[in-house]
Design a protein around this ligand. Structure first.
Ligand code: CA
Length: 535
């Protein structure tokens, strides 16, 4: 793929040097593709980083380079306004706007190492808001130890993460996330050695940190049930295992793997299965024969997947749903040999869940033109580590949310020319992804949607461009093409740029109140877009 693209890019090199490769204004900066655009302000860039993360390279930049650039951006925000930076990190993480929490944890760890006392304190106080699970806490501990020494403030904050939880919540975290990311609660407790506040905490900490012969009296009942599951006498007693699961509401990650082949065990797990685990476990549940067309379990799962309030509470991100839909619909695992026959009702429920996972939004009634960048660079990289989910595919799915909602809404594709993207509001997501993956790619000219609309006299109130902002090919800068459209039609059209990679670049003119940058895979993006369209 890479070589074909390189050849493709080279094929366009002999063209006369177009205007996008020269700065039109002194506030423009050169992007990674050699064209000129604008730079995001530090706090805008912070949001982009927190939502998109830097899981992998983009077409133009390595992952390492992007991590360094974004770390510098977080440091810059901390210097400008530490408490505001921490507030941004914590509120965005709490609202579940990012597909992954990793970037928020990384940024919070940086904040916990800031020079300013107040910033460090604010960061450490925000720890339980950002680090909601044991895995998050392990990630934070590892990141923080890279940035600062293990001092009293950090030790206390991490200790409070344990001691300020109710016994039930603490037991759940200890049993569910025993060991992740090469770290365990035992490691973290030994680093932070918190003073227990209750006899139950005392018993739990001793249980985790003591070696052989640790005392089991005074331990909460669920922990004793957890130990009982590991008793060799129980190995062939499915009934007893099922009874323990029901009684203590165990999740699948609290069980020894030997039990996970039994349909009866999965049936017992299903009622209390957290939504994120359910999304990941659909294949397994189908493969063991629990989910079949029309079964009671299938009805239950579909109802759970389309429960908007539950999706919100569990912070299920649309990209996680999209990723689950792709894998589930394929009928075979990405790794490993698991195969299954996808159940149609489950596929439909996932399609519905994708929309429900966004923050709620009403139609605006404005005339929209959604323009998908299908240039070569958009086919590279994976969103939130989802295998094969390129920015081009994921942005097409995001565009569907607006396409299905707004009555007057066109969709088009562009690279260095207009590209026919045959998708409509009634298409299922799986079909949309298939259509977009078959679109021919090319070089990048982000001005084309506005030029096309002007030439065709299309009435447009809001242009939405889904792009990585690496425009370079065209003869007219995108912001100028927008001005020309407004002048020619008399419509004060707005431009929303949905940025899809964590770079500093944008095609939106920062001095134009009618232009807005949103982060492409922000769960709040369609709502932010609609508010801006209405204003
Ligand atoms: Ca491109």
């Amino acid at each position: 793929m890479g070589r074909r693209l390189t050849q493709l890019m080279r094929a366009f090199q002999p063209q006369p040097v177009p205007d996008q490769r020269r700065a039109a204004r002194s506030d423009q900066v050169r992007n990674s593709a050699g064209g000129f655009g604008f730079a995001l302000q530090p706090f805008q860039r912070l949001e982009r980083f927190l939502i998109l993360g830097v899981d992998g390279p983009t077409y133009y930049a390595s992952a390492r380079q992007l991590v360094l650039e974004n770390a510098a951006c977080v440091t810059e925000c901390l210097r400008l306004d530490g408490p505001r930076t921490v507030h941004t990190i914590a509120s965005l993480s709490e609202a579940g706007r990012a597909p992954k929490n990793d970037a928020a944890i990384f940024a919070l760890a940086l904040a916990s190492a800031a020079d300013c006392d107040r910033t460090r304190r604010t960061a450490l106080n925000a720890l339980p808001r950002v680090c909601r699970t044991g895995t998050h806490l392990f990630q934070f501990t590892r990141d923080a130890m890279n940035f600062r020494r293990w001092g009293r403030g950090l030790r206390r904050a991490v200790g409070r993460w344990y001691t300020e939880k109710s016994t039930d919540a603490l037991v759940y975290q200890l049993l569910k996330y025993g060991q992740r990311e090469g770290m365990s609660h035992r490691d973290v407790l030994r680093l932070s050695h918190p003073v227990p506040r209750t006899p139950a905490q005392q018993a739990l900490f001793a249980w985790l940190t003591a070696g052989e012969g640790r005392p089991t009296e005074a331990l909460p009942e669920a922990v004793r049930g957890f130990e009982a599951l590991r008793d060799p006498a129980l190995a062939n007693d499915v009934k007893a295992v099922v009874a323990l699961i029901r009684r203590h509401r165990f999740t699948h990650d609290m069980l020894p793997t030997t039990f996970k082949r039994s349909p009866a065990v999965w049936e017992a797990l299903l009622p209390e299965m957290p939504l994120t685990a359910l999304l990941r476990g659909l294949a397994q549940l189908t493969s063991v024969g629990l989910l079949t067309s029309g079964s009671a379990a299938t009805k239950f799962v579909c109802q759970r997947l389309t429960d908007a309030a539950a999706l919100k509470k569990a912070r299920v991100h649309p990209i996680a749903v999209l990723s689950a839909l792709r894998v589930y619909g394929s009928g075979h695992g990405v790794r490993g040999s698991l195969t299954w026959t996808p159940v149609p009702e489950i596929r439909q429920a996932l399609d519905r869940a994708f929309e429900l996972a966004f923050h709620a939004v009403e139609p605006t009634g404005r005339r929209h033109l959604l323009a998908l960048d299908v240039s070569g660079s958009m086919g590279c990289g994976e969103i939130a580590g989802a295998p094969g989910l390129s920015p081009a595919l994921a942005s097409a799915a995001m565009a569907m949310v607006t396409l299905r909602r707004e009555a007057d809404c066109r969709v088009m594709g562009f690279s260095h020319r207009l590209v026919d993207v045959d998708i409509g509001p009634t298409d299922g997501l799986e079909r949309v992804l298939k259509t977009v993956s078959g679109v021919p790619m090319g070089a990048t000219d982000c001005a084309l949607p506005m030029i096309h609309a002007r030439e065709q006299r299309l009435p447009v109130d809001v242009f939405v461009i889904y792009t990585d902002n690496e425009t370079w090919f065209g003869g007219v800068h995108p912001y100028k093409a927008l001005q020309q459209y407004r002048e020619a039609t008399g419509i004060p059209a707005k431009l929303v740029v949905a940025g899809l990679t964590a770079t500093q670049f944008t095609i939106a003119d920062p001095h134009d109140a009618g232009s807005l940058d949103v982060v492409g895979f922000d769960a709040a993006a369609p709502a932010i877009l609609a508010d801006f369209a209405r204003a």
